[in-house]
Design a protein around this ligand. Sequence first.
Ligand SMILES: Cc1cc2nc3c(=O)[nH]c(=O)nc-3n(C[C@H](O)[C@H](O)[C@H](O)COP(=O)(O)O)c2cc1C
Length: 187
Amino acid sequence: MLSMSLSNAAEAAKAIVIYFSHTGENYSVGVIQEGNTAKVAKEIARQTSTAIWEIKEAEPYPIKYNDCIARAKKELQLKARPAFQGNPPDLTGIDTIYIGYPNWWGDAPMVVYTFLEKAKIDGKTILPFCTHEGSGLGSTARNLAKAFPKAKVEQNGLSIYGHVAQKDADAVKTAVEGWLKKLGKLK
Ligand SMILES: Cc1cc2nc3c(=O)[nH]c(=O)nc-3n(C[C@H](O)[C@H](O)[C@H](O)COP(=O)(O)O)c2cc1C
């Protein structure tokens, strides 16, 4: 394995991957033990050698798909801010956050907003990535930019089909690599 140069290591220390991902029954993949977005998040962390942190909702989303979409829709309509477990990681010295989530009804799950509102992200660069089953990023990157005007939210986010993320590690690797290169994060 190639060792990282000092400048890459310094950059890695200033970035973190933070993601939310749902396990249980999901569209087109059946019942899964590891979420689709989790797989992409881990690949980004691997390629960039950054730390990784998972947003876990305090009250678990239902395992059954239909129950989960019903709750998610209600939360979106109410612009709810469901609690997450624990406290945000220490973001002192972090300037770049790769933020990952599934596309839920065209937006990021509301618990992602709960997290970002608590996590003091003013001035930081936010690089969104998502998994989906046809809608791509939807309006998620625009919505995040609107919700967090003091952060720099990249509009050129990464989106990967959830069933591809779940089943095709090579495709994830290639998509992540291409995106990171476009962003200038990989040579
Ligand atoms: C509540 C809910 C809402 C969803 N809404 C959409 C949607 O609007 N557009 C879309 O393309 N996929 C939608 N999906 C599919 C997910 O985005 C997709 O399965 C994703 O890969 C799940 O990632 P995860 O396993 O990390 O949670 C939805 C799934 C759920 C559970």
